[in-house]
Design a protein around this ligand. Structure first.
Ligand code: GDD
Ligand code: MN
Length: 357
């Protein structure tokens, strides 16, 4: 076994057979396997992969239940490999499989750790993106270069190959949130020797793209996390953004409720509204990969409310204590209390509501 090709899938049933056929052709003479990592696609992608795997031992399927996310799927697929080299590519045939042997050769002959397939050097192209998506990709690439100063010409690419030992070293520092596993690996490892391989980005074979606003937001979270040098994790950044939005909702509802109610009941209604919106936004965004549904969502909501109530008490308690000691800087006492509350809510929600640890 020389090469594991990891292929994350979500609703790609009609692409997998064609991809395996093309890999078989492109990788003739190389010992390879294909590891599909499917997030329990409702279209039966996993069943399709397994029916191929039943007669082709080079094909495997990891079916993940109750979890979503491209980067996390890639990480799990790579972790399951025992080949010396792992590649990651999309299932929709937009990534040109015929460059894989060249990438493998570069990895072996040039003594590099990682070969990134790129659309943004001579010989590569992203023309198939069309106007608007092409623009988004170029802007995101430019921002990434500004902010992180990475040497990758196409940091957004989801197509690369690397030595498995280097992956095993860096994996504890990777974030399972988001779409950008290559960028995460490149910025999380020190002294990674990187080569690039141009390729022409094709058009999607069957099905639809999963790119959406949320994917864009997750990317911004990853950038901020990288900017903070890993001090803030992307999840906390989303938790904080959702919290800030909750404050706006709180004040809006309070203003409306005051038309009908006295202050105390109005403030209670506003608090409840903000907690509700925070819970649902966190469930959709911050903890999307561990989204709660059905009864566990109701239970999660109740525990979230309980945690936030205790958070409010710790906030007020700390602020009051600091304020008593130093009345002049009332705002610092208030800020410290609010931060304390936010950290408490985040830590406890991660532990008990969405159980990320
Ligand atoms: N397991 C799993 N879970 N796979 C997923 C998920 C998920 O939540 N979301 C997307 N995928 C899989 C898709 O099934 C596909 O094989 C691959 O990830 C890429 O998703 P697409 O929906 O095809 O994304 P795209 O074509 O819009 O995005 C492309 O461009 C980006 C850069 O601009 C891809 O090449 C990305 O890898 C690339 O980062
Ligand atoms: Mn695609």
């Amino acid at each position: 076994m020389e090469l594991s090709v990891v292929i994350p899938t979500f609703k790609e049933r009609d692409n997998v057979a064609e991809l395996v056929r093309r890999l078989d052709k492109a990788l003739a003479g190389i010992g390879w396997e294909a590891i599909f990592v499917d997030d329990n696609s409702p279209d039966g992608t996993a069943a399709e992969v397994k029916s191929i795997a039943a007669s082709d031992p080079r094909v495997r399927c990891i079916r993940r239940v109750g979890r979503r996310g491209l980067a996390g799927a890639c990480i799990e697929g790579m972790l399951s490999s025992s080949a010396p080299v792992v590649a990651v590519m999309d299932a929709d045939l937009q990534h040109d499989e015929t460059v894989l042997p060249k990438m493998l050769k570069t990895l072996k002959d040039e003594g590099v750790d990682l070969v990134a397939a790129t659309r943004y050097v001579a010989g590569g192209s992203a023309d198939s993106f069309g106007e608007s998506r092409g623009m988004i990709s170029r802007v995101a690439t430019a921002i990434t270069h500004r902010v992180l100063g990475t040497s990758l010409s196409d940091p957004m690419s989801g197509f690369f190959m690397m030595r498995r030992d280097r992956f095993d070293e860096v994996v504890p520092r990777l974030s399972p949130a988001g779409f950008k596993i290559l960028l995460d690996i490149a910025t999380a490892s020190d002294g990674l020797r990187i080569a690039e391989q141009p390729f022409v980005f094709g058009t999607r074979h069957a099905g639809e793209s999963k790119f959406n606003v949320q994917v864009g937001l997750e990317f911004i979270g990853l950038l901020i996390a990288k900017l903070s040098g890993g001090f803030l994790d992307p999840r906390f950044i989303f938790f904080a953004i959702v919290g800030a939005l909750g404050l706006v909702i709180h004040l809006g509802v309070l203003k409306g409720a005051l038309l009908w109610l006295a202050f105390t009941p109005a403030q209670s209604v506003a608090t409840f509204a903000a907690m509700t919106s925070n819970f649902f936004l966190n469930n959709e965004l911050t903890y999307r990969d561990r989204r709660l549904k059905g009864w566990s969502m109701l239970w999660g909501f109740l525990s979230f409310c309980a945690i936030c109530s205790i958070g409010a008490l710790t906030n007020v308690g700390l602020a009051a204590w600091l304020f008593a000691a130093e009345r002049e800087v009332w705002w610092a006492a208030g800020l410290a209390g609010a931060l304390m509350g936010a950290f408490w809510n985040y830590a406890m929600s991660s532990l008990f509501v969405w159980r990320t640890r």
